[in-house]
Design a protein around this ligand. Structure first.
Ligand code: NAD
Ligand code: UGA
Length: 454
């Protein structure tokens, strides 16, 4: 493989993981983030996000990685990836201001004669490839610079907590562009993944029976819509099983058994059928909002997506109401929340269901104590006003609690020290909002078990 020059703009979950993998393959990667603290930590070799296997490949690719707060001059042939945030605007639409700023900075640094592929890696609405192309070509014309800049949409499908595995062993790679040169350069860039020619890092082994990922080449618009369709579908699948979890409870069925039985149908598939407190995270909420905004711009109501969002909102409240039903009066009770992160294996708390629980239960007068294996430092940093007490471990969390709620599906919560927790608690209730625990183990410790839809 001939090493290529890559500039990554934005070193969050997507930029850092993608760039690190590319450096691991031997490409020369410049990481740019405007946050100097992030750049300083990365220069010191310290990962700024909690992702299994990331430190290992960062270290292995260190000699091919440069970290900076500004974009260098862009000359010769190379790939520039825009991986900045695209948060929701008030109307749900994606806010492209970070993308616009990055594209403008890129355009100002393109040198005469350069041959670049600029990639939208961020999740962006349809038309964004053309939009970025317009920003760059107008700027180049204003500067009087002649250069070849090809724009492509290359959406990212990694999930947090398994970002390295998803990057090294994706289900597919999607490239949307009108430019055969962009397709060719990106095919070359991703050749180690497409052909699986790299040595798997010991901490992130190649999954058994992994098949080479297809490269889907399409138009920018189809690539952009693919990303929103994928996230909307996954969010809907979870909302579907959550909607049935409430019905299962009403009719006396067990949703975990129903989910297993339907998931064995190959047309349905077993993943994303875990009922619980509903989905959270930085993307499903903002991307479903962006899809709805896109539909409304075309005077088209996406009823399924709208319902998936509504069912998700209701599911979080279903957990709050369940607690209220069990404890009758929440004011003055002490409730322990196991987990702050929006899912296990990450320290990310963006749109975490735990935040809804904290807010709702606090408003109803409960005293809240929380524990999370990794997200507590990020909670203290990003949510300094969270009205909670932090516990060092699960037993300290349980001490004097009227109820304990499993909020995040951390693996370690499957093996809770239930007897010690029971001895420390004031009440008996364990509300398993992730259906993570075995009812028998909880009741054997003398506690009452309540799950979701079982
Ligand atoms: P993030 O918020 O974790 O990181 C974005 C980074 O970009 C920040 O560190 C910020 O300082 C930096 N930045 C912003 N503007 C910049 C600029 N002009 N120059 C340099 N740096 C700049 O974001 P993320 O979670 O990695 O998501 C990035 C994009 O990828 C979003 O559009 C998101 O929807 C999409 N995405 C995210 C995931 C995920 O799992 N987090 C997965 C797939 C796609
Ligand atoms: C999701 C998608 O899975 C990625 O493919 C996509 O790239 C990413 O969004 C993105 O665009 O940012 P992520 O949000 O990191 O990834 O995590 P998921 O594993 O999808 O979980 C999302 C939420 O759904 C979590 O709160 C999780 O606990 C919940 N979930 C997931 C369930 O409640 N049940 C399930 O069966 C699966």
């Amino acid at each position: 493989m001939a090493p290529m020059r890559v500039t990554i703009i934005g070193t969050g979950y997507v930029g850092l993981t993608t760039g690190t993998a590319l450096a691991y393959f031997g490409h020369e990667v410049t990481f740019v983030d405007k946050n100097p603290e992030i750049v300083e930590r990365l220069r010191a070799g310290v990962p700024t996000i909690h992702e299994a296997g990331l430190a290992e490949i960062m270290e292995a690719g260190r000699c091919s990685s440069v970290f900076r707060t500004d974009i260098p001059e862009l000359s010769g042939t190379g790939v520039v990836m825009i991986a900045v945030g695209t948060p929701s605007k008030r109307n749900g639409d994606a806010d492209l201001s970070f993308v616009d700023a990055a594209a403008t900075e890129v355009a100002d640094l393109v040198q005469p004669g350069a041959r670049l592929v600029v990639v939208n890696k961020s999740t962006v609405p349809v038309g964004s490839a053309r939009h970025v192309e317009g920003i760059i070509s107008r700027r180049l014309a204003a500067r009087g610079v002649e250069a070849e800049v090809h724009v492509a949409s290359n959406p990212e499908f990694l999930a947090e907590g398994r970002a390295v595995l998803d990057t090294l062993y994706p289900d597919r790679i999607v490239i949307g562009t009108e430019s055969p040169i962009a397709t060719g350069l990106l095919r070359e860039l991703y050749a180690p993944i497409l052909e699986q020619t790299f040595e798997p890092p010991p901490g992130s082994p190649r999954p058994e029976r992994y098949e080479l990922p297809p490269l889907i080449t399409t138009t920018p618009t189809s690539a952009e819509l693919t990303k929103y369709a994928a996230n909307s579908f996954l969010a809907t699948k979870i909302s579907f099983i959550n909607e049935f979890s409430v019905l299962a409870e009403k009719v006396g069925a067990d949703i975990t058994e129903v989910a297993r039985a339907i998931g064995l149908d190959q047309r349905i598939g077993p993943r994303f059928l875990q009922a619980g407190i509903g989905w959270g995270g930085s993307c499903f909420g903002k991307d479903t909002a962006a899809v709805l905004a896109l539909g409304s711009a075309y005077d088209y109501d996406l009823q399924l997506v709208r319902s998936a969002v509504e069912v998700n909102r209701r599911q979080r409240m279903f957990v709050v109401d369940k607690l209220q039903q069990q404890l009758k009066v929440l004011r003055g009770t002490t409730i322990g929340l196991l987990g702050l992160a929006f899912k296990g294996n990450t320290d990310d708390m963006r749109d975490s269901p735990a935040l809804t629980l904290v807010q709702e239960l606090h408003e109803r007068g409960a005293v809240l104590r929380v524990h999370d294996p990794v997200a507590m430092p990020s909670a203290k940093r990003h949510f300094p006003d969270l009205p909670v007490e932090y516990a060092d471990d699960e037993v300290q969390l349980a001490c004097g609690c009227d109820a304990v709620v499993v909020v995040t599906d951390w693996d370690q919560y499957r093996r809770l020290p239930l007897e010690r927790m029971a001895a420390a608690m004031r009440g008996r209730l364990v509300l398993d909002a992730r259906n993570l625990l075995q009812r028998q183990s909880v009741t054997a410790a003398g506690l009452d078990y309540v799950g979701i839809g079982r």
